[in-house]
Design a binder for this molecule. Structure first.
Ligand code: SF4
Length: 328
């Protein structure tokens, strides 16, 4: 029975029809027995729309901690007593060096990430502009930044300097967001995405799963991202951080993670789906199935405050699967 349902969804996707919220909910609620049927279909869908090339991206944590927001999963919030290293904006040359290393490791995209509600001081903006120029000069990386709820004027200056993509996660569904963050509104996040899109940035916007949201709320977020017309969806899985309110949350199971990835491939079939933080901790030995489940991208190297796997292991995994890193 679930086989017919999955094949019917696949047919809809291949003929350009949207999967509805209700269909998404039915898909994400299928029993674990259906996993390999879901994956087989998601793999065909990924191959059809995205082929065998995998987008690899890397980040630098250019400004760490001391954030005035209270996101309950985040070790960089000043509300919580965590043991992370905190520092103000690093020098442009350090950002550029991190980008050069990312390029050597095989990354295609590179994002400068800063903690805090927004970037706004002249000094920080000038560092970012210098860093963007340097990355452009020394690499062919796609240049991305994740700078919070940053104002339109600042985004415009950065675009003029050569920034191509803007990353800003909605984190979770609108209906669950007040459980996760009380210091700003969901609409503030939505608005920054709309502004960046208006300015012509490639939009990278997704969330963190395993925060206590329901399966239906995972579908709700997919619908919102589809309505916003984002280009790329970073999928993070919670890796509970000591000192945060979610420190005792359970990891998702690998099967839950794979179903989430497949849900997003079915609901946003033409978009880039990139697996980011929490991959090794949540998927463990099943990491190689993320591509069959529908992902066509992966963050390599370290995450913001936690370590990733060895890059060589990730590259080997891609080669072993008969896939290859996207070059341009
Ligand atoms: S997720 Fe971003 S905005 Fe929220 S606390 Fe962490 S650094 Fe601040």
């Amino acid at each position: 029975m679930h086989r017919d349902f999955i094949l019917n969804l696949e047919k809809k996707v291949f003929t350009g029809q949207d999967i509805s919220y209700e269909e998404g909910c039915r898909l994400i609620n299928l029993s674990d027995d259906a996993l390999f049927e879901i994956i087989a279909s998601a793999e065909r869908t990924r191959r059809h729309f995205k082929g065998i090339e995998i987008n690899l991206c890397s980040i630098v944590n250019a400004k760490s901690g001391m954030c005035q927001e209270d996101c309950s999963f985040c070790s960089q919030s000043a509300f919580y007593n965590t043991d992370i290293q905190t520092y103000p904006m690093i020098e442009p040359k350090d950002i550029v060096n991190a980008a050069v290393n990312a390029a050597k490791n095989g990354a295609r995209e590179f994002s400068i990430v800063t903690s805090g509600t927004a970037v706004g001081s002249d000094e920080d903006i000038s560092i970012l502009i210098d860093a963007i120029h340097g990355i452009k000069q020394k690499t062919i990386l796609e240049r991305c930044a994740s700078l919070g709820i940053t104002k339109k004027e600042v985004l415009l200056k950065l675009k003029e300097a050569g920034l191509q993509s803007y990353h800003h996660n909605l984190e979770t569904a609108r209906s669950f967001f007040p459980n996760i963050c009380t210091t700003h509104d969901y609409e503030d996040d939505v608005n920054v995405i709309k502004t960046a899109k208006e300015l012509g940035f490639y939009i990278c916007c997704g969330g963190v799963f395993g925060l206590g949201e329901t399966k239906e709320q995972r579908v709700e977020l997919a619908v919102t991202l589809r309505e916003l017309g984002v280009d790329s969806i970073p999928i993070n899985f919670l890796n509970p951080r000591p000192g945060t309110p979610l420190e005792n949350a359970n990891h998702l199971t690998p099967i839950e993670c794979l179903k989430i990835i497949a849900l997003y491939r079915f609901m946003l079939p033409q978009k880039d789906i990139v697996i980011c933080g929490g991959r090794p901790a949540n998927l463990r030995d099943m990491q190689c199935l993320i591509f069959a489940a529908g992902a066509n991208g992966m963050m390599i190297g370290n995450y913001l405050t936690t370590m990733g796997r060895q890059v060589e292991e990730d590259l080997k995994m891609i080669r072993d699967l008969g896939l290859k890193p996207r070059i341009n």
